[in-house]
Design a binder for this molecule. Structure first.
Ligand code: GCB
Length: 624
């Protein structure tokens, strides 16, 4: 589908944006979504490893109704009572009907499924009828792997919960709402962001709306394994440390075990009153996970009535001086940044196993050992594929650009909550080594306080990884850039997005002569650099949007990179062209950000080869 937009569609979309913005500022109190309470950052996250759980995958066709004015979220009216999915007697007036409505495929964004929804950023009501046979003594959960941006779910007319955040999983218990036989699941998804959201209004990707990731109806025993976390600790011996958390009426004083047959390891312990147990044991002959050998072990976690299986790798990551050490060895991160869009002419926000393998397969072909999964937590499948392929991962939440409300308690709570849900989901992924806390957030006192709070929060949850943030290069004296953002003090790795030769006044010829300094004795990454090129656009070396310009940009930037003694990796922007509403150029962009090394169709641009060759030959600055 190619989007030649009618003016009316654009107008309608901008009216919706304005409408949403006004509501966000509190000018319209009747907008129920905006009267919301701040999320509870301490509340329990969704259960770990949903993909290994027994349940019904609710993927497929869902009926949908478009509700641009959020009428269904206002005070109840039988005429628009979407949650109840009513089928009243013929004489009663209602003004909706799901049975006759069109369908959208879940998982998937709505923008690329229906032409008239391409720019749509308000509410859609989804409905699916499911048949259930709930069993006594079991619990049931509606589990959403991800839905953008705000979601409320109803089962047989009752609200079972709501959630804010487009990229992290959430679940609602429905044990008491599930009928034997037919059940109506209705889900309202609102794609609109507001001033308190993360991200806020302004970002450089398409705001793909909808139930973008799979939904499951999960069945567990009454007391089940809610969470488990394993990691490797180094002391005199290599030790596997595991903690397990049960949930349910008999979670306390229960025997729990973690087994890794291949290592001959069985950990056993009893849970405390809160249902939590921590166990550890030394192991011998452990093969560590690494990009060269992404070894994963089969792990079985068991409680009296529940068992979960996983595949987990073990490695260490730390920063010592200006070095990043993976398993104790200095590593240069040969990376590439990636958005969550599958390869294909449409873009979209849908990432099944095949899509993830295809996309990350291109990163491997490039010679990468590292991906920056920007700018939000990606689909769980992508992380598991990174585990399998041996790609180190930087994962982040979208604290992005200048419009985040740093002093707003709501936004603080939301950031903490998003990070909690993200760490909770990915703790056991060996591939994830860096938590990114922000992207290009201009320095102010309020931002420094906010991000310090977030760094402390992430460190308290996870001491097995390092922390970074994609900073702006902040001081420039002549040809010298000094990275002295005060946040650097709290980060393990200093990362900078730098676009000299693309944005700004310098040309490509200036780039190799640029000098980089930092007062911090820490490793630095270029978390981004890149230049736009339309596949097949040919021209002079200095002509924008041509393949020649992009390849030359990579050439000079890599020359510059080789001169920086404390540079420990790069993740150029970006693997694949991606949709962005901020890219208007009719000949080159057509609402695509063209900085990809491959086009949306997967075809390579010459800059791909330039970087691939560099990755074949360069292993970081020579050590002194
Ligand atoms: C950036 C942003 C990224 C944009 C990119 C660009 O610095 O972090 O989200 O897409 O620049 O293409 O301008």
């Amino acid at each position: 589908m190619k989007y030649a937009l009618g003016l009316s569609a654009v107008l309608a979309a901008s009216l919706l944006v304005l409408f949403g913005a006004a509501a966000a500022q509190g000018e319209d109190d009747a907008q129920p979504r905006y009267e919301r309470e701040a999320p509870d950052p301490e509340a329990s996250s969704a259960m770990a490893n949903v993909l290994a759980r027994k349940g019904e995958d609710l993927s497929g066709e869902w009926r949908y109704l478009i509700d641009p004015m959020r009428a269904g979220l206002r005070k109840p009216s039988a005429r628009r009572d979407f949650p109840n999915d009513r089928k009243p007697p013929k004489e009663e007036l209602i003004e909706y009907e799901f049975d006759s409505a069109p369908t959208l495929t879940v998982p998937g964004d709505w923008n690329t499924q229906v032409e008239e929804l391409f720019w749509y950023e308000s509410v859609i009501w989804y409905r699916k009828i499911i048949d259930a046979r709930p069993k006594r003594g079991k619990r049931y959960f509606l589990y959403f792997e991800g839905s953008n941006y705000w979601t409320e779910a109803y089962l047989n007319g009752d609200s079972v919960g709501d959630y804010e955040g487009g990229f992290t999983p959430f679940m609602f218990e429905v044990t008491d709402n599930l009928n034997r036989g037919e059940n109506s699941v209705v889900v309202a998804v609102d794609a609109m962001h507001d001033a308190k959201s993360i991200p806020s209004f302004y970002y450089d990707w398409l705001n793909y709306g909808g139930i973008t990731r799979p939904v499951h109806l999960i069945e567990t025993p009454e007391t089940y394994i809610h969470d488990y976390r394993l990691h490797l600790e180094e002391g005199d011996a290599e030790t596997i440390v595991a903690s397990v958390a049960l949930d349910g009426p008999s979670k306390g004083n229960q025997t729990v075990s973690v087994e890794i047959d291949e290592l001959g390891l069985t950990l056993e312990g009893r849970t405390n009153r809160d249902g939590i147990v921590e166990m550890s044991a030394a192991v011998s002959a452990l093969t560590r996970w690494s990009p060269e050998n992404p070894k994963l072990y089969d792990v079985t976690v068991s409680s009296r009535r529940d068992t979960v299986k996983d595949r987990i790798g073990f490695r260490t990551i730390e920063v010592v001086g200006q070095d990043i050490l993976l398993n104790g060895e200095s590593i240069f991160l040969k990376g590439i940044s990636v958005h969550e869009e599958p390869i294909g002419p449409e873009g979209g926000r849908r990432m099944d196993w095949e899509d993830a393998r295809e996309l990350l397969g291109v990163a491997k072909e490039l010679g990468s050992n590292f991906v920056r999964l920007s700018h939000y937590p990606h689909n769980e499948r992508t992380l598991r594929v990174a585990d399998e392929l041996g790609l180190l991962v930087w994962s982040e939440i979208p604290v992005y650009w200048e419009e985040i409300r740093y002093t707003e308690p709501y936004t603080k709570a939301l950031a903490k909550r998003m990070y909690k849900d993200s760490v909770n989901r990915d703790y056991n992924r060996a591939s994830v080594v860096i938590w990114g806390v922000a992207n290009e957030t201009p320095i102010t006192d309020a931002r420094n306080v906010f991000l310090k709070m977030l760094i402390d929060h992430v460190r308290a949850m996870d001491s097995t990884r390092v922390i970074s943030a994609a900073l702006n290069k902040n001081t420039n004296r002549g040809n010298t850039f000094i990275v002295e953002d005060p946040l650097g003090e709290h980060l393990d790795i200093i990362s900078v997005n730098e676009y000299e030769g693309w944005y700004g006044r310098r040309t490509l010829d200036d780039v190799p002569g640029l000098v980089w300094k930092t007062p911090y004795d820490k490793p630095m990454l270029f978390s981004e650099f890149g230049a736009g090129a339309l596949l097949g656009a040919r021209g002079e070396r200095l002509e924008r949007f041509t393949e020649e310009h992009q390849a030359a940009f990579y050439d000079v930037t890599l020359q510059m990179a080789e001169q920086i003694p404390f540079l420990r990796g790069i993740s150029p922007w970006i693997l694949k062209d991606f949709r962005s509403p901020r890219r208007w150029h009719g000949r080159y962009q057509e609402y695509w950000n063209r900085k990809g090394l491959i086009a949306e169709t997967g075809e390579k641009k010459p800059a791909f080869d330039v970087l691939q060759e560099w990755y074949e030959t360069y292993d970081g600055p020579a050590s002194e």
